[in-house]
Design a protein around this ligand. Sequence first.
Ligand SMILES: [Zn+2]
Length: 215
Amino acid sequence: MLLEGLRKEVLEASWDLLKYRLVTLTGGNVSGRDPKTGYIAITPSGMAYEKLSPEDIVVIDMEGKAVEGKWKPSVDTPDHLYIYKKREDIFSIIHTHSTFACSFAMLRQEIPCATTTLANEVGGTVPVAAYSPVASGLIGPSVIEAIGDKSACLLANHGVMAVGPSVKHALTAAVMLEDNAKSYLLAKHIGEPVLLEQTEVKKARDVFTYLYGQK
Ligand SMILES: [Zn+2]
């Protein structure tokens, strides 16, 4: 089987979307790019994640042509491909409809950076990409316009797009973004959260990039 390791990573991340309650039913999608072949492994469209096995993950080329796999790839595939083409540093994209992040997306409001963890994992305040209808091919361009050097952005009236140099990084950004959206909303109920200064955001981001975790 082609790209067995990457397909497994994509599949396991899709299970984590359920585990961390970032999607409901078959919502959202996960993809990873193989650095050697440039092929993309992506979750199939509209199938229950918990029933999938590695061979159900679809392998396509950068033009979206099927390379291996029996299913139709995610409906958001053109947006993933657009992002990969524009950003050579991105090797994984995860799309969710997580509840707390969606409440900001409905308001078209960015998630302010009031914790070091959001600074660590996403790189600061989470921006909002302009509203784009699903399957219009416009989500990718709106993400590229909004995301800058962050690891995630909100999609207005829709959800979240998280990106990273690996599936693990994109997943961490998606999980921590949701966690922070939740704690920010809770803090708002009892007072006015103190936002981190830009210099502190940068320090926290650098710690995550250069020091945290195992080599
Ligand atoms: Zn969606």
